[in-house]
Design a binder for this molecule. Structure first.
Ligand SMILES: [Cu+2]
Length: 185
């Protein structure tokens, strides 16, 4: 069992315990005349509906959460690491760590096609978004650029071309023009 499965099981166990406590509290709060013939009729339908809804949600969540993209390529060594420092209203990108006191980036970034790449994304001022778009203007992947944190985003680009980076979080007056690009080849 890996860490993520362990966390998922902990969450499911906590969910079952909370549901049981909630149900027992509900049962014990019924008045005696309601208890004698179970739950009151109009409430009974709603109760079964909620139970059915809960079961459906638990099944959907336990199937979809483990497939979330957060863990993608976590077991692979990135072929390239790109440092990204966002700042009103620029993205500095470099293959070396960026000095926050004197931020500067490379003129162009070239990423190898079909190999895992890691972006280490942070912000030097406010929260920004880091959204990668392909040449058809479709969002490929994204993370947040947050001051004081470095978010690692791993991705494999299977299609060569020019990719654009747009800020996805309103960060000030010039936010719509906050963009840059890189090349995959
Ligand atoms: Cu912005």
């Amino acid at each position: 069992m890996n860490d993520h499965q362990f966390i998922l099981i902990i969450f499911l166990a906590a969910f079952i315990i909370i549901t049981a406590v909630f149900f027992l509290t509900y049962r014990s709060s019924l008045r005696p005349e309601e208890k004698s013939d179970g739950i009151k009729k109009p409430l009974q339908k709603r109760f079964y509906f909620l139970i059915a809804l809960t079961i459906v949600l638990v099944i959907l969540l336990s199937v979809t959460i483990p497939k979330s993209p957060y863990f993608k390529y976590s077991d692979q060594t990135p072929a390239k690491v790109v440092f990204v420092d966002a700042m009103q209203y620029y993205f500095f990108m470099s293959e070396q760590a960026i000095d926050p006191a004197k931020p500067s980036g490379a003129d162009s970034i070239i990423i190898p096609v079909g190999q895992p790449v890691e972006f280490r994304v942070t912000s030097l001022d406010v929260n920004h978004g880091f959204g990668i778009y392909n040449s058809d203007a479709q969002l490929v992947t994204q993370t947040q650029a947050m001051p004081g944190y470095v978010n690692r985003l791993r991705w494999k680009f299977d299609t060569p071309g020019t990719y654009h980076i747009l800020c996805l979080e309103y960060c000030g007056a010039n936010h719509p023009n906050m963009r840059t690009s890189f090349i995959v080849k």
